[in-house]
Each structure stands twice: as structure tokens, then as C-alpha cells.
Ligand binder design. Structure first.
Ligand code: ZN
Ligand code: ZN
Ligand code: FE
Length: 728
């Protein structure tokens, strides 16, 4: 604004205010109009203009335009307005990084007011250098001049630094520093090129890098990380490099190059990289460097590198050098570290590029950007679900959702949950008057909530899913929530996951559901989709010997099906698992959603418009048995598995349409982990829209359990705003 006002020779001032930015300008009318017209286009990529309100005020006859001090606002207002998310290197900084004549040539910590670390280095509010992990670095004269000059693009760039005064990289092998500065960066790039696994201190934590063209290195990384199948993402030197390995449309390209720099899941082209990177999947996760340090490694080393979270399976991403040395000693051959501390851990964010971009994981670059809800309430904390946990603080219409924490089974993940909760409350600077948690009593997040002194509000899992979608769309009306996920505890004590809920932010009524499928052996069935295939066939009256498993095992599952050890669950994800196993995808899985992802990949070559199998809808239950019978018969007759996989997706979309129309739904919210499935989402949206139903889908928070905390918070806050009883 300063530069734009100066350019148009306008007088007045700008300052940060309670709600955002306050600007007073005076000058000739035509120049004022031009200023306003150019405001949006001139806004830096890091900014977000929600709206511009203008009013005529009395002429002050100000001198030259200036930047005024902020009034002492309440901490909450400042917190809400002032903590930005991390930003990937901007084009100008990248140019300087590669310019031999620039004083920051090849400096891995180059940044400016439009780019650099933010959330990951902030210790407390307001966001000023002394309250970041840059506090210990005193700026040199040159950096200080840039920082204080309103005309400079590093004016008040809090992490501003250069090789003279800023952080420095170091290469560590076997606990000893081998070299530092530029030699360390070049050494790490050479190590990656020669097949080593290099642990790199990234933006929000450590990442592990290997050459993406080196199958042996990828296999070694899988073995050492104890991650047999879960796909890795690939980072590329440039957009052109990424387009060699993934099919990017305009939307995907915009996502890939946005300052968020998420991992973008897009159709894999199958060439140029090791086959072990994303086995049996149709999509590949690709991204550009979120930090200048990683850009240098791609410029110096292989142009495509696997970059994956620096952790062992289920542990949180390593944050400090000490954590990395301790936890990754048996994984990484060498460590590229530096002396700028990471305060807030944040993994890479993940977005799936589909007809709409589906956020899969919100972390670096997306957190803690707030989500506005259309009502005001006292502060509440929501502690999320058990898997893909995030936590949320909602206050005064602003919801701050934490970074992805992960699955809370691992003790370190539980510690991260407590750390993320504490730090989020510090940043939001509020004391919650209530804590919302899942209905499930055994979730670690639930147990933690119940140990706190604030009153608790239990929220049913699928109601929370629907509420998250309503909240991010700013809606408080009633909709039909189609909650399709794995399993969650229903309000009747059974396992749900294929639900039609007549819901608003206050309450939810179950008006329909998928037929239940039996989990033989309970939780064990979730990691063994073949057991679900047996259950589905037995239920439909089809021969169970079609399942690709030893006859003894199949017999054992059949005998369990008749007992109370078989737990009925309506989870749509479990039906996907069953059909995936039946069609020869993973019989045993090592990561959440694996069987369904492989089934989607199997269907990928088949056009979307294949016919669904038939279904019955009886008294609120969508009965999938006719579809299973048809599919089993076709499979026995040798129909291509790809076609059957595609027809099953079409069937589930039909199930959604039938379920919504059965209760005369006018608006449907498609929520739950199943809607990470691009094919299912596209088919369901098309069917519903053709039937005249308005469709709401997630755009800002994940449809999976990563969005649960927002839904819990929205429900609790909405009830409080209406002064309802606070305890469930
Ligand atoms: Zn920059
Ligand atoms: Zn400096
Ligand atoms: Fe869920």
C-alpha cells in the first residue's frame, strides 16, 4: 500500500488495526480511483483481501504517505489478524538466489516480505522478530537498512537474513560436522545424487531425500523407514520437471506454484521415476521446493527427488537437530542441518487435484490461516479425532485449525498432540470455556479432554464431519450430510461410516445409512480387507471361495461371522475395502485407505459414465447386496476387473443419490474420508447436481478426519452462542 500510494502521489497513512488494515488516503480523485482499482492486483501473493470497505472522511491535509504505528489492540485481535502461514520462496528471491552478483547468491535462508518461514518460527504473538526463532540473529547493517526502509521489499520481513548475519547450514555425518555453509549444501546434493538418504532440516521439520530415479535408494528408504507401501511424494527442480512425471491441468499447476507449495496429487505419467515411489496407485504426489535450501539441493543434485517426512512410521516429523539425530540415525546416511530453530512442527500439506481441489492434509503453508464462521462465541477448543488428528481453537468467528498431528496411537504422536494444543492456545491467546471431543471414549484426544478442568462437549463423529463442511462454507442451515468414511462411533453405540444425516450446526438426526458389513475380529478386519470380502459375499449369499485367501482362513472368518465377534459397521470405506479385496487389490494393508486407493487406481482407465449395479433402498437402509451379487457373478464370468471397479464406484455414487433423494434433500454435504476418492466425488456430484440438489464439498479443510476438529468446534461454539447447556 505504501508503494502504491507513493506511486500515485497520494498522502495519508496505513496501519494495522483490530480487524485488518486501516488506510486513509487523500489526493486527486482520479488518482484515488486508480489506487483503489490497482489495490487487488498490487497485493503481494502472501496477502488475502477479503473485502474492501470505503468511506469519505474529512480532509486532513496530511503530508507524504506514511506507515503509522498500530494502536494497542487486544491480543486476540492481533493474533487473529497477524500470524501468517509459511510462504515458499517468491520469484524475486529465487532470482537473487541464482544471481552470482547478488549478496544472497546461493544463500539457503533468503526471504522477503512475500516469502519465508512464518508459523514454523513464531514463538508467541504479536508476530515480530524478537518473538521468533530469528531473535538470536542480530541483523547486519545491510539487512537492517532493508528491514527499516518502507520502499524495500524486505521492509519488516521478520526473518530477514544474509550470509553475513543469518543462519548457516552444516553437514553432519556420524555425529560430526564435516563442513558448513555452501560446501554443506553442495555436499548434501552430491550425496543424494550418489544414492544416499539425506535428512534435511526443512521448513516445519526434517525431511528425508533420495534420488527419485534410483530404485535401490527408494527401496532402502522404504525398508529403513518401515513404510512398505504408502506412497512417497516427489519434489522437482521446476514445473517442467514435474510435468514429466505427473499430468497437471491448469488448476493443478496453480496449486503447485502457489506460495503454499503443497504436495499435489495428480495422475502419474509413469515415466522417469522409480516404480517403488507410489506402487499400485494412479496418482503421484508432486511439489516444488518450499524452502530455498531444498531448491538449492534440486538445482545442484538430481532434478527429481523423493522428499518424505523425517520420521519412522507413525512418529511425528522430527523438529530439532537432536530429535533428528536420535530418531533418524538408522535411516539417514547424512544430515543437512542449520542453526535456525523450528518452533512449530509442520509437515508438508497435501492437496488432491480433482474437479475441485481436495485438501488431504493441512500443515505447512496452510496453518494457522483462520477460517471464518458466521457467528460469534466465547473461545472453545476442539481436540479432533484419533487418526489424522488436528485440533482447533474457535473464537469470535475465527477458527484456527492446527497443523496435521497424525494418528495418536504412538506415544510420541500423543506428545505432539499436547504440544500442538498448547502452542495453538498460546498463539490464539485465549482460555477455552469448553472443550469439544469425539463421542468415542477411548480416543486419546477424548481422554485428554476429559482430564482438563473446562467443561466438555461430546460430538458425534459424523455430525462433526458435516459441521466442518458447513462451517467452512459459512452455512448454518440444515442439509443432508452424506458422511462416508471408515468407521466412527455412532450415537446408538454402533459403528457408523455410511450415513445420511439431517443436520445443522446444532444437531443431527440419522435419516439413512448403508447396510452394515461385519468386521470379523473387529479392528483386525480393517487391516485385512480379504476378511471384509468374505463378509460381503456371505451376506449376499455368494460363494466365499472367490476370496484370494487360504481356505482355512476363510472358514475361520465364516465361523466368526455367526458370532458376536463380528462387529457390524455401516462404513462406506469398509465396502470399498471388501470390493477392493474381491477384485485382487491389497488383501492386507499397511496404511489407512490403501485398499480403496488401489481400487480407484484399478478403475482409472475406465470412463466415468459406466452403469452402476442395482441397489435396494428399504426403510432408510441402502442395501448393497444386489450390487455385490451382480459384481460376484460378473467376476466369475471373467468380466475385466477394471470395469467392475469402475461400476462399483458408479454404484456408490448411485447409493448417495438414492439416499439423499429418499429424504427429499435439497442440499447435500459430501464429507468423510471416502470423498478423497476423485472418481467417487465426481460421480456423486454429477448425479446430485443433475437431480437438482445443491452440493457442498470441502475446499479448505480435509474431508477426512483432519477436518473433525473444526466441526467439533463449530458445533460447540454454535451451541454456546445460543446459550445451550455446555455438558453432554
Ligand atoms: Zn521473497
Ligand atoms: Zn545480513
Ligand atoms: Fe471420519
Amino acid at each position: 500500500m505504501y508503494r502504491l500510494a507513493r506511486a500515485h502521489e497520494l498522502a495519508g497513512f496505513v496501519r494495522n488495526d483490530r480487524e485488518g488494515v486501516w488506510l486513509e488516503i487523500e489526493g486527486r480523485r482520479d488518482k484515488l480511483d486508480r489506487f483503489l482499482a490497482e489495490l487487488s492486483a498490487a497485493a503481494p501473493p502472501a496477502s488475502r483481501i477479503d473485502r474492501v470497505e470505503t468511506a469519505v472522511v474529512e480532509l486532513r491535509r496530511d503530508g507524504a504517505f506514511r506507515i503509522a504505528e498500530s494502536p494497542t489492540a487486544g491480543a486476540h485481535d492481533r493474533a487473529a489478524a497477524a500470524i501468517p502461514a509459511d510462504l515458499a520462496p517468491c520469484a524475486e528471491c529465487l532470482q537473487e538466489l541464482r544471481d552470482p552478483g547478488n549478496r544472497r547468491h546461493r544463500y539457503p535462508f533468503i526471504n522477503c516480505v512475500s516469502c519465508g518461514p512464518r508459523f514454523t518460527i513464531v514463538e508467541s504473538v504479536p508476530y515480530d522478530r524478537p518473538k521468533t526463532t530469528m531473535a538470536g540473529f542480530a541483523m547486519c547493517g545491510d539487512c537492517r537498512r532493508e528491514y527499516e526502509d518502507p520502499g524495500d521489499r524486505r521492509f519488516h520481513a521478520e526473518p530477514n537474513a544474509c550470509p553475513v548475519c543469518g543462519p548457516r547450514a552444516r553437514l553432519v555425518e556420524n555425529g560430526r560436522a564435516i563442513c558448513d555453509g555452501d560446501l554443506a549444501v553442495r555436499g548434501a546434493a552430491t550425496a543424494i545424487a550418489s544414492g544416499a538418504i539425506v535428512a534435511i532440516k526443512g521448513a516445519g521439520g526434517f525431511v528425508l531425500a533420495v534420488n527419485a530415479a534410483d530404485e535401490a535408494a527408494v527401496a532402502r528408504l522404504r525398508a529403513r523407514k518401515q513404510r512398505p507401501h504408502k506412497p512417497f511424494a516427489v519434489m522437482g527442480r521446476s514445473l517442467a520437471e514435474l510435468e514429466r512425471v505427473a499430468e497437471l491441468d491448469d488448476d493443478a499447476r496453480a496449486l503447485v506454484t502457489s506460495p503454499v507449495r503443497p504436495i499435489v496429487l495428480a495422475p502419474a505419467l509413469g515415466a522417469a521415476i522409480a516404480p517403488g515411489i507410489a506402487p499400485r496407485l494412479a496418482d503421484l504426489g508432486v511439489y516444488l521446493a518450499p524452502t530455498p535450501l531444498q531448491q538449492l539441493l534440486l538445482d545442484d543434485g538430481p532434478s527429481l527427488q523423493v522428499m518424505t517426512s523425517g520420521n519412522l512410521a507413525d512418529e511425528p516429523i522430527a523438529r530439532t537437530d537432536g530429535e533428528a539425530f536420535a530418531h533418524l540415525a538408522a535411516v539417514a546416511d547424512v544430515f543437512l542441518v542449520h542453526d535456525r530453530e523450528i518452533h512449530n512442527r509442520a509437515d508438508d500439506s497435501v492437496v488432491r487435484s480433482a474437479r475441485v481441489a481436495i485438501p488431504m492434509r493441512r500443515a505447512r503453508g496452510m496453518v494457522p490461516t483462520s477460517i471464518e464462521v458466521p457467528f460469534s462465541s466465547p473461545p472453545v477448543l476442539a481436540v479432533g479425532a484419533h487418526e489424522r488428528n488436528t485440533v482447533c481453537v474457535l473464537h469470535d468467528g475465527h477458527a484456527m485449525l492446527s497443523q496435521h498431528v497424525g494418528d495418536l496411537d504412538h506415544p510420541d504422536a500423543e506428545a505432539f498432540f499436547r504440544e500442538a494444543t498448547r502452542k495453538l492456545l498460546e498463539l490464539a491467546d485465549v482460555e477455552p470455556v469448553a472443550i469439544a471431543h469425539d463421542l468415542h471414549p477411548d480416543y486419546r484426544s477424548t481422554r485428554w479432554a476429559l482430564e482438563q478442568t473446562a467443561p466438555c462437549i461430546a460430538v458425534q463423529h459424523h455430525h462433526a464431519h458435516v459441521a466442518a463442511c458447513l462451517a467452512e462454507h459459512g452455512r448454518i442451515d440444515r442439509v443432508i450430510g452424506v458422511a462416508f468414511d471408515g468407521t466412527g462411533l455412532g450415537s446408538d453405540g454402533t459403528l457408523w461410516g455410511g450415513e445420511f444425516l439431517d443436520a445443522d450446526l446444532d444437531d443431527a438426526r440419522r435419516v439413512g445409512h448403508l447396510r452394515s458389513i461385519a468386521l470379523a475380529g473387529g479392528e483386525a478386519a480393517i487391516r485385512a480387507p480379504w476378511r471384509l470380502a468374505v463378509a460381503a459375499l456371505a451376506d449376499a449369499g455368494e460363494p466365499v471361495d472367490m476370496v484370494d485367501a487360504p481356505a482355512d482362513d476363510v472358514d475361520r472368518v465364516c465361523s466368526v461371522l455367526a458370532t458376536s465377534l463380528a462387529v457390524p459397521a455401516t462404513g462406506a470405506g469398509r465396502w470399498f475395502d471388501a470390493v477392493a479385496a474381491l477384485l485382487g487389490c491389497a488383501q492386507h494393508t499397511s496404511y489407512d485407505g490403501q485398499a480403496a486407493a488401489e481400487l480407484e487406481a484399478l478403475a482409472a482407465p475406465v470412463p466415468l459414465d459406466v452403469l452402476p449395479f442395482e441397489l435396494d433402498v428399504v426403510g432408510g437402509e441402502v442395501d448393497l447386496r444386489p450390487a455385490i451379487r451382480h459384481l460376484a457373478r460378473d467376476l466369475r464370468q471373467g468380466t475385466a476387473r477394471e470395469l467392475l471397479a469402475a461400476r462399483f464406484h458408479a454404484t456408490m455414487a448411485l447409493a448417495i443419490e438414492r439416499g439423499v433423494l429418499a429424504v427429499n434433500g435439497r442440499t447435500a454435504a459430501l464429507v468423510g474420508g471416502c470423498f478423497q476418492n476423485r472418481r467417487l466425488l465426481a460421480l456423486a456430484m454429477a448425479r446430485l447436481e443433475a437431480a437438482g440438489v445443491e452440493v457442498l464439498v470441502h475446499r479448505r479443510v480435509p474431508p477426512n478426519d483432519g477436518g473433525i476438529a473444526l466441526g467439533q468446534a463449530a458445533i460447540a461454539a454454535y451451541r454456546l452462542a445460543q446459550r445451550r447447556p455446555t455438558c453432554a
